[in-house]
Design a protein around this ligand. Structure first.
Ligand code: FMN
Length: 339
């Protein structure tokens, strides 16, 4: 299957909201939540996508002619690409009846491991969601990152004990999830956490702990103080708070503040290997991609994921070669026009 064929297969199989567009840029789904859109007026997703497109790369091929290496050391696990599938949950609510969360995660975790990367998985009010994700990771040598929601401390402790049994590469928390419309007024409650609480959560996670949903320098510094090993600069794809800046806009200042002290990941509107290159040039260590992986699973299962990962790798390799970068460590801001 080609990438286009996977997208076409997905069209019509993704519930009433996702159109499986040729370019997943937030225009067709805009403010559809439930659905894959964004909160409020719906520009958060569109802006994320747009800001990567506004960056241009500097071509320079006067350098040694040798193969490029796109591999990345993810907390001791070498992956083929600095790209991870982002956690996506509440599948039937947002994407119709084809897959529930456990089925989606089961396909995605195995497919990403086989394709040489790793998947983050989401959490849900239903305990079966995290249990299924943990089972999927356990079957795949812990190749994945369970992402626990910021429930009350009692439930977080239980969830941490559960996710530790999968021996995952790392454990994440989407600290911004309290803004999700469908989590409002639900039991158990989910909400903000203090640095002191996050220190306790970091200790419960026996693996590198990643805080997802950081959009300010102050937030990044608090994550560092709490003992997190990494952050995901993310606005949840525009789904938790309207009128945020794009992740590409806030990334450089966050890198300047905490880069080198913790791993910095970024997501939101990253679609191609070219976009991955731009994120790394701004200083990210690696990226997460959300919605397009859903299209790949719905349109082609494990093969769809493989096709997309190969496409990303070819695009990233080509961009690196044309900008004179042979390893990920060679990529820097001078490779972006105007920086
Ligand atoms: C339908 C949907 C469900 C999501 N569910 C979760 C989730 O359960 N946990 C989480 O941390 N992020 C969740 N996200 C956010 C993604 O992990 C990611 O931050 C965002 O989608 C990245 O932007 P992109 O989709 O434009 O690549 C969800 C996103 C979508 C579109």
């Amino acid at each position: 299957m080609t990438y286009q064929e996977v997208l076409e297969n997905a069209r019509g199989a993704m519930g009433p909201y996702c159109k499986s567009c040729p370019t997943c840029n937030g225009l067709a789904c805009k403010n559809t939540v439930p659905g894959p859109g964004a909160k409020g007026i719906g520009t958060g997703f569109i802006r994320n996508y747009q800001k990567w497109q506004e960056l241009c790369v500097n071509m320079d091929t006067i350098c040694e002619n040798k193969p490029v290496d796109t591999s990345y050391d993810f907390f001791g696990k070498r992956v083929d690409l600095p790209v991870f599938a982002a956690p996506v949950g509440a599948m039937t609510l947002h994407y119709g009846d084809k897959y529930d969360d456990p089925t989606y995660n089961d396909i995605l975790v195995a497919a990403c491991a086989q394709a040489g990367i790793a998947a983050f998985t989401g959490d849900g009010v239903n305990p079966a969601v995290m249990e299924g994700a943990v089972a999927a990771m356990a079957k795949n040598n812990g190749c994945g990152v369970p992402t626990v929601k910021p429930w009350n401390m009692e439930l977080i402790e239980q969830k941490m004990a559960l996710v530790n049994t999968a021996d995952p590469i790392a454990i994440a928390m989407d600290i911004d999830a309290a803004g999700l419309p469908f989590l409002k007024n639900m039991q158990p409650p989910a909400g903000s956490k203090t640095v002191a609480e996050l220190k306790q959560i970091t200790a419960w996670a026996k693996k590198p702990f990643i805080l997802k949903g950081i959009m300010t320098v102050a937030g990044a510094k608090k994550a560092l103080e709490a003992g997190a090993s990494g952050i995901v600069v993310s606005n949840h794809g525009g789904r938790v708070l309207d009128q945020c800046p794009a992740t590409a806009e806030v990334l450089p200042a966050i890198v300047d503040a905490v880069g080198g002290k913790m791993a910095i990941f970024v997501d939101g509107g990253i679609r191609t290997g070219m976009d991955v290159f731009k994120a790394l040039a701004l200083g990210a260590d690696a990226v997460l991609i959300g919605r397009p992986f859903v299209n790949m699973v719905y349109g082609g299962g494990a093969e769809g994921v493989k096709v997309y990962v190969e496409k990303l790798k070819a695009e990233l390799s080509d961009t690196m070669a044309m900008c004179g970068a042979h390893t990920l460590a060679d990529i820097n801001r001078s490779m972006l026009f105007g920086f």
